[in-house]
Write a protein that binds this ligand. Structure first.
Ligand code: NAD
Length: 498
């Protein structure tokens, strides 16, 4: 077994030179091997890094838009060229398949491409001659230092939702990645250096609750973009707001797919399987509940089962469709839900525990399918975040809609139907932030903003897109008067409104 690699903070472009009081282990979930020793920042270390970001903020906020765009284009090119290297690191620490790891970088890259349009996005308004010789206009200015706190499940894409937008709008960044798969952010930070970003604009602190709370409490951190589970999102939102910060805190999910009797059942079954089991269900947009109308439920379940039998679970670097779960503790938690599902009387149609032990020492669970799940069961009420799909049988569209709207989460949902009227009604009536119609995972493009409703997002601003520009800037409204040279003299009175 090789010696674990030390993974540390990046203070501007340089690795932190201190000695950490606390460290944590990073694992390869496909083998169980410890691959990294991660420095966990104390609140003092967070303070050191924030000071560097603050010192860089004044100058970066005045750098021309032309220069910012050149850096963003160079960064985008480097991300494209180094995708393989970053994807390898993601698969080695997260476990998802190598192709899936590359795909998440590509989705993040789309936000960089959107941010390349920042000169256009940062245009304020202008009204000429609102009164005699007086014009009114608005300008958008950066906030200063902003904090980003990201989850384990998209170690590249979620950081890329925020960092390019924050930097393009003239802010400096301190990001705290998940301690479970921290390497991707360090690799990406190095690309910013190569792209010509000045020292101190992009900084990384690694750590756990102590580092997060230090960012939330630090008076020089002006805004926090958080993504993670709902209890932590709520904590981050409440503590950040209490400290006077701007906060967008994206939380957990329990996404439903509604299948009406007229749906294309092959399309729906394909979607249920790809959205339910892709990335081992560790996606905030994963489908975890299929609401099947009774008349087609048997046939839909048969088609889903056929497809689960073809999925290969294994090391994400091998010939697999689905990798392991992220940690041993998470595997135990998800397996515990499978046991609870059985105990509560749901019908276990596909048992992913069978044969999982033969796949090696990693944290494997194969696709698992429950039928006849009822809304009182913990496999229905809780976010499992694993490859466990639940079928709830319903009698009508209205019953399905009611279940979705009663759910405390509101991240994503999708409907499968060939009735345009029903789809249109659904998009209007459903109380969820991101809606799909005959698509498995309705993740918005970079130029639309990403965010859920209810317990899936605290704060009012979604990630990236135009809402991202808004989140990372303050608007200043200016009223100016320049006297016409023919004007006779200085007028000390209040401007007349004519
Ligand atoms: P998590 O909440 O455990 O951790 C997220 C971040 O918060 C990490 O950086 C972690 O170090 C930090 N953290 C953990 N516990 C903390 C605490 N007590 N106090 C302060 N900080 C703490 O989430 P996770 O397990 O890394 O990620 C999975 C969760 O993220 C799921 O619930 C998933 O639905 C959610 N998620 C949501 C979205 C979205 O867009 N809504 C996207 C991706 C993931």
């Amino acid at each position: 077994m090789s010696t674990p690699t030390r993974i540390t903070h990046l203070v501007g472009h340089s690795p932190w030179e201190g000695e950490a009081e606390r460290t944590s282990e990073v694992f390869n979930p496909a083998t169980g091997e410890v691959t990294g020793a991660l420095d966990l920042a104390s609140s003092e270390t967070v303070g050191e890094v924030v000071a560097v970001a603050k010192a860089a903020a004044k100058e970066w906020g005045t750098v021309s838009l032309a220069r910012r765009v050149r850096i963003l284009f160079a960064f985008r090119q480097l991300l494209e060229e180094r995708k393989d290297e970053i994807a390898l690191a993601i698969t080695a620490e997260h476990g998802k398949t190598y192709d899936d790891a590359k795909a998440e970088i590509s989705r993040g890259q789309e936000v960089v491409e959107f941010a390349c349009g920042i000169p256009h996005l940062l245009k304020g308004g202008f009204s000429e001659n609102v009164s005699t010789s007086i014009d009114a206009y608005s300008i958008l200015q950066p906030l200063g230092v902003v904090g980003v706190i990201s989850p384990f499940n998209f170690p590249a894409m979620v950081p890329l939702w925020f960092v390019p937008m924050a930097i393009a709008t003239g802010n400096t960044v301190v990001i705290k990645p998940s301690e479970k798969d921290p390497t991707a952010v360090n690799l990406i930070a190095d690309l910013w250096r190569e792209a010509g970003l000045p020292d101190g604009v992009m900084n990384v602190v690694h750590g756990d609750k102590e580092a997060v709370d230090a960012l939330l409490d630090h008076p020089d951190v002006k805004a926090i973009s958080f993504v993670g589970s709902t209890p932590v999102a709520r904590h981050v939102y409440e503590r950040g707001v209490a400290n006077g910060k701007r906060v967008q805190a994206l939380g957990g999910a329990k996404n439903h797919m509604l299948v009406l009797p007229d749906a294309d059942l092959d399309l729906a079954a394909d979607a249920a399987v790809s959205a339910g089991y892709g990335a081992a269900g560790e996606r905030c947009m994963a489908i975890s509940v299929v609401l099947a109308t009774e008349s087609i439920a048997d046939e839909l379940v048969t088609r889903i089962v056929e497809r689960t039998r073809t999925l290969r679970t294994g090391d994400g670097m091998g010939e697999s469709d689905m990798g392991p779960l992220v940690t041993r503790a998470h595997l135990d938690k998800v397996t515990g839900y499978v046991e609870q599902g059985v105990a509560s009387g749901a019908e276990l149609v596909v048992d992913g525990r069978e044969g999982a032990g033969d796949l090696g020492p990693g944290y494997f669970l194969q696709p698992t399918l429950f039928d006849k799940v009822t809304p009182d069961m913990s496999i229905y009420t809780d976010e499992i975040f694993g490859p466990v799909l639940c079928i709830v049988r319903i009698d009508s569209y209205d019953e399905g809609l009611q279940l979705i709207n009663d759910n405390p989460y509101g991240n994503g949902t999708t409907i499968f139907t060939n009735d345009g009227g029903a789809a249109r009604r659904f998009q209007h009536e459903v109380e969820v932030g991101m809606v799909g119609i005959n698509v498995p995972i309705p993740t918005p493009m970079a130029y639309y903003s990403f965010g859920g409703w209810k317990n899936s997002l605290f704060g009012d601003t979604h990630a990236h897109g135009i809402e991202g520009v808004h989140f990372f800037t303050r608007t200043k409204a200016v009223t100016q008067r320049w006297l016409d040279p023919s004007h006779g003299g200085l007028n000390l009175g209040f401007p007349e409104n004519d």
